[in-house]
Design a protein around this ligand. Structure first.
Ligand SMILES: [Zn+2]
Length: 450
């Protein structure tokens, strides 16, 4: 019953503020008056050319379907307020990117907006995605896609592929039956594995785990690396909890061989095989110089397991000495588990990004999250947007603008607070801003930044 309470509080406070009574003018209001960001830091951050750690930009192909391995189109879920159509953030983005001259969204004005969108897309052609990066101040965008496409070329766009399908070589029917969401998602993973196999001309499922690793997993990762991939991404939290245990190869091989010819593995057997494959894929990614991204956020999907997405589940994989050469990025910063994600930054090969938080959280909330991370491990925190097409009139370019603006505002608030508390000097705050927005990712992915 939270929303009605929020409304009541807001109305009550508006009245109180109008009357200038003390009802809402307590310590919280005083704090917010003090907590405006330092204009110098704000300007400094506004001028940093960003590296965006996570997004799903569209190519300029007419019906681009490679932007996401698990598009959530067919799955009902509750959108956080700031992502909903009609949120003022979208109108601000229309104004900034398309010179939209209105504060409303009447049908007539939206028609005019769509005309402007079409003419800019036409005018820019293949350059449209690069035009977007120039508008939002991003130098390099990591594009998490099944495959890249026209308009998304390096060095401005760098590829992050999807690895979950490689972890699911056996029949997924029983796993899919565990929730209505998974019923829709597992077939998409099956389809992607088929695509990976057909790219390698492996028509039939190999009979042994060893052959599967040699003929499908390693060659797919090697091809992705050759294709310019800087990281592979796991969306596993949509499919299962993130507790990837250590499983001996003999056990994994036996499970694989038992079901390679058909049949439904038990949940326990399939989990063990997936656990083994997760660590194998992560090790191979490390060998090939690719980072491993893992989705960790409280959503989405009405049957999504929030508890299963806690990044602390990943600790035993992070602690695996055979994975020491693999760099992991907790994508979306863990969401509600942001302190857990922050605690994991104490491990040398663990990073996190603030993607999606930059869409879903207002700057003050994101600043609190950021502050906790920045006072301890500022060299492990990466800016990110999760820019994606959220629906009609909510294209990836608008999401990129919203997230980038919001992320910069939050970073300015967090660093201002740290300066005022005497935790960092102004000069150090500027260094940290540059690290978060750009150079931490530059180092992690060995990007040649301008
Ligand atoms: Zn994403």
């Amino acid at each position: 019953m939270k929303p009605p309470r929020v409304v009541t509080f807001t109305v009550a406070c508006s009245v109180a503020v109008l009357a200038w009574t003390s009802a809402c003018d307590g310590p919280a209001a005083a704090r917010s008056a003090e907590s405006g960001a330092d204009p110098e830091i704000t300007a400094f951050i506004g001028a940093i050319r960003a590296v965006d750690n996570h997004s799903h930009p569209n190519s300029v192909a007419p019906s681009d379907s490679d932007a996401d391995a698990l598009p959530l189109d067919g799955i009902p879920f509750e959108l956080p307020v700031r992502l909903r159509p009609g949120n003022p953030a979208w109108v601000a983005a229309y104004q900034a990117l398309y010179k939209y001259a209105y504060d409303d969204t009447t049908a007539l004005h939206l028609k005019e907006l769509r005309g402007t969108m079409q003419s800019i897309a036409k005018e820019q052609g293949d350059r449209f995605p690069t035009w977007v990066l120039d508008q939002v101040g991003t130098e390099v965008l990591l594009a998490n896609r099944i495959a890249m496409g026209p308009g998304l070329a390096p060095p401005r766009f760098r590829w992050v592929s999807y690895a979950d399908a490689l972890m699911l070589p056996l029949s997924t029917k029983a796993e899919a039956a565990t929730s209505p969401d998974r019923q829709k998602l597992f077939p998409l993973e099956d389809k992607l594995l088929q695509r990976y196999r057909s790219d390698l001309k492996v028509g039939k499922r190999p009979g042994t785990l060893d052959a599967y690793l040699r003929m499908v997993v390693t060659p797919t990762l090697e091809a992705q690396q050759k294709g310019g991939c800087v990281a592979v991404k796991f969306e596993a939290a949509y499919l299962r909890p993130l507790d990837f245990d250590e499983v001996p190869v003999a056990i994994a091989s036996k499970i694989y061989a038992t079901y390679a010819g058909g049949g439904e593995p038990s949940h326990a057997d399939y989990k063990a095989l997936q656990d083994f494959l997760f660590r194998y894929i992560a090790r191979e990614a490390g060998r090939l110089g690719m980072a491993v991204h893992v989705h960790s956020f409280d959503g989405f999907g009405n049957f999504f397991s929030v508890a299963g997405a806690d990044p602390l589940h990943l600790e035993s994989a992070f602690n695996d000495p055979t994975l020491a050469k693999t760099n992991f990025v907790i994508v979306h910063g863990g969401g509600v588990y942001s302190p857990h994600a922050g605690a994991l930054l104490s491990k040398p090969n663990v990073y996190l990004d603030l993607s999606l938080m930059t869409m879903a959280y207002p700057p003050a909330k994101l600043a609190e999250v950021l502050r906790d991370w920045l006072i301890q491990y500022p060299e492990k925190v990466l800016f990110g947007s999760d820019a994606a097409a959220f629906g009609p009139d909510m294209g990836w370019e608008l999401a990129a603008w919203i997230a980038t603006k919001n992320g910069r505002a939050a970073l300015a608030l967090a660093l201002t607070d740290m300066i005022r508390k005497g935790e960092v000097s102004h000069a150090r705050a500027e260094e940290i801003a540059t690290m978060v927005m750009r150079t931490n990712a530059g180092k992690l992915y060995k990007l040649e930044l301008k």
